[in-house]
Design a protein around this ligand. Structure first.
Ligand SMILES: *Cc1c(COP(=O)(O)O)cnc(C)c1O
Length: 454
C-alpha cells in the first residue's frame, strides 16, 4: 500500500517491533502492518492516511453515544483532579462509585439493586463464577458448582471468561475450559437448524438446557449463563420460541440465571437491557462496553436483591480488583448514563433508528450473495451464501474476510464472523448515516460477488 503520510510507516514499524496485538495473527500482522486509527467524531473514524470510515461496529460494540463527546473527557479530567484513585477494599468508598451503583440500579430490571464493579466484562464473568459458587456454598449446597453455557457464546478472554465462552478456537489454546463449565448448543437456526422450522428449532435448542440439567443432576448445577443475543458469535437472534421455553425451564429448577449483557446492555436493543427486551428475570447481569461507551475501561456485575441477602450472610467475599469501581471510570460512566437518559438516545433507537435500520438492512435480502438478513435494535447480521435456498456456503473461499476488506477499503467497518457480516453502529447513528451504511454495504456485497466470479 502506498502511503500518503510518512508517519503511517513509522507507526507500523513500532507495531512490528514492539506490539503484541489482541486477537491477531502476530506473524501476518507483522508482514501487513496495522491500519492506524488516529481520531474520531460521531460515528466516523479517520485513519492515519486521512480516510474517513463509518464505524458500523461502534468500536467493539461499545461506543454507544458516539465518538468525541467532550462531557466524558471533562468528567474524567475533573475526577482525576479531585480524586484520581482510591480503592474500595477494607471498608472504604468514594462518591462516584456510590452514585454510579445507584444510577445503574435505577435503570436495571426491578429487584436488581446492587453492583460489583470490575475493570472489564471478562472480569465481570470471573466475578460471577466465584460469586455463584460462593452463594451456593453459603446456602449449604457447595456441590452446585457447574455453570452451563452455550457453544459459540462469548464471555470474555480471561481463563474463566474464555472457558464460559463456547469458542472452540479459544479453548484450544491454554487447555480450556476449566473444570465445572459445560456447553449446550446455541439457538442459531440459520447455521444449525437443518430442516426444522425456526420455531421448532428454538424449542429444541432450549430443551437442551433441561436435558443437560437432568443429565448432570440439578444438585450439581449452579447457574446458566447466556447473552440475550449472541454478539461475537455472529449476532445470533434466537427464534421467538427460545427464550419463553428457557424461562419455563429456569422456573422449574433451582439454578441461577446470569444474563451476559455486555453487548445488549445500555440500549443496544432499544431497551436498557436485553433482559428487558426479552422479559427475562436474571439473578445476575454482566455489564461493560456500553457502560462507559468505551471511553474508559469498566465492567461489573449487577446482582438481584435475594442473592445479595444470601451473600450478606457469608462473611468476606475474598475477591476484588485494584481498579474495581475506579473513580475516574465511575465518573465517566455516570456522565455516559446521564447523556443516554437526558438525550433520550435509547427511546430514539427504539422508536426511530432501529426500525429504520432493520427495514433498510432487509432490502439487502434481494442480493444474490445474501442468504438471510436479521437484526434487533441496532444489531444486524447478513449471512453470505452460495445458494439462498439451501443456505449452502461458499467452501474454502473466506467470503466474509473478502467482504470485510472491501468494506474497509470503501469507508465502512463491518465485522466478519466466518461468512456472517455483522454490524452494531453507535446508538446515535442518524437515518442519513444509516442510508450511507446500507449503500456502502450493498456496494461491498457487489464487489465481493464480482471477486468470487472472477
Ligand atoms: C466483550 C464481551 C465480554 C468481555 O468483555 P471484555 O471487556 O472484553 O473483557 C463478555 N461478554 C460479552 C457478551 C462480550 O461481548
Amino acid at each position: 500500500m502506498t502511503s500518503k503520510n510518512p508517519q503511517t510507516r513509522e507507526w507500523q514499524t513500532l507495531s512490528r517491533e514492539h506490539h503484541l496485538a489482541p486477537f491477531s495473527d502476530f506473524k501476518q500482522l507483522k508482514e501487513k502492518g496495522p491500519r492506524i486509527i488516529t481520531n474520531a467524531k460521531g460515528v466516523y473514524l479517520w485513519d492515519s492516511e486521512g480516510n474517513k470510515i463509518l464505524d458500523g461496529m461502534a468500536g467493539l460494540w461499545c461506543v454507544a453515544i458516539g465518538y468525541g463527546r467532550d462531557e466524558l473527557a471533562d468528567a474524567a479530567s475533573k475526577q482525576m483532579r479531585e480524586l484520581p484513585y482510591y480503592n474500595l477494599f477494607f471498608q472504604t468508598a468514594h462518591p462516584p462509585v456510590l452514585e454510579l451503583a445507584k444510577a445503574i440500579s435505577d435503570i436495571a430490571p426491578e429487584g436488581m439493586n446492587h453492583v460489583f464493579f470490575t475493570g472489564s466484562g471478562s472480569e465481570g464473568n470471573d466475578t460471577m463464577l466465584r460469586m455463584v459458587r460462593h452463594y451456593w456454598a453459603i446456602k449449604g449446597q457447595p456441590k452446585k458448582k457447574v455453570i452451563i453455557s452455550r457453544k459459540n457464546g462469548y464471555h470474555g478472554s480471561t481463563v474463566a471468561g474464555a472457558s464460559l465462552g463456547g469458542m472452540t478456537y479459544m479453548h484450544e489454546q491454554g487447555d480450556l475450559p476449566i473444570p465445572g463449565i459445560v456447553h449446550i448448543p446455541q439457538p442459531y437456526w440459520f447455521g444449525e437448524g437443518g430442516d426444522m422450522s425456526p420455531e421448532e428449532f428454538g424449542i429444541w435448542a432450549a430443551n437442551q438446557l433441561e436435558e443437560k440439567i437432568l443429565e448432570l443432576g440439578v444438585d450439581t448445577v449452579g447457574a446458566f449463563i447466556a447473552e440475550p443475543i449472541q454478539g461475537a458469535g455472529g449476532v445470533i437472534i434466537p427464534p421467538d420460541s427460545y427464550w419463553p421455553r428457557i424461562k419455563e425451564i429456569l422456573a422449574k429448577y433451582d439454578i441461577l440465571f446470569v444474563a451476559d449483557e455486555v453487548i445488549c446492555g445500555f440500549g443496544r436493543t432499544g431497551e436498557w437491557f436485553g433482559s428487558d427486551f426479552y422479559g427475562l428475570k436474571p439473578d445476575m447481569m454482566t455489564i461493560a462496553k456500553g457502560l462507559t461507551s468505551g471511553y474508559i475501561p469498566m465492567g461489573g456485575l449487577i446482582v438481584r436483591d435475594e442473592v445479595v441477602e444470601v451473600l450478606n450472610e457469608g462473611g468476606d467475599f475474598n475477591h476484588g480488583f485494584t481498579y474495581s469501581g475506579h473513580p475516574v471510570a465511575a465518573a465517566v460512566a455516570l456522565e455516559n448514563i446521564r447523556i443516554l437518559r437526558e438525550e433520550k438516545i435509547i427511546e430514539r433507537v427504539r422508536a426511530e433508528t432501529a426500525p429504520y435500520l432493520q427495514k433498510r438492512l432487509r432490502e439487502l435480502n434481494d442480493h444474490p450473495l445474501v442468504g438471510e438478513v436479521r437484526g434487533v435494535g441496532l444489531l444486524g447480521a447478513i449471512e453470505l451464501v452460495q445458494d439462498k435456498a439451501t443456505r449452502a456456503r461458499y467452501v474454502g473461499k473466506g467470503v466474509g474476510m473478502i467482504c470485510r476488506q472491501f468494506c474497509f477499503d470503501n469507508g465502512l467497518i463491518m465485522r466478519a464472523v466466518g461468512d456472517t457480516m455483522i454490524i452494531a453502529p453507535p446508538l446515535v447513528i442518524t437515518k442519513t448515516e444509516i442510508d450511507e451504511l446500507v449503500t456502502k454495504a450493498r456496494k461491498c456485497l457487489d464487489l465481493t460477488l464480482s471477486a468470487l466470479q472472477s
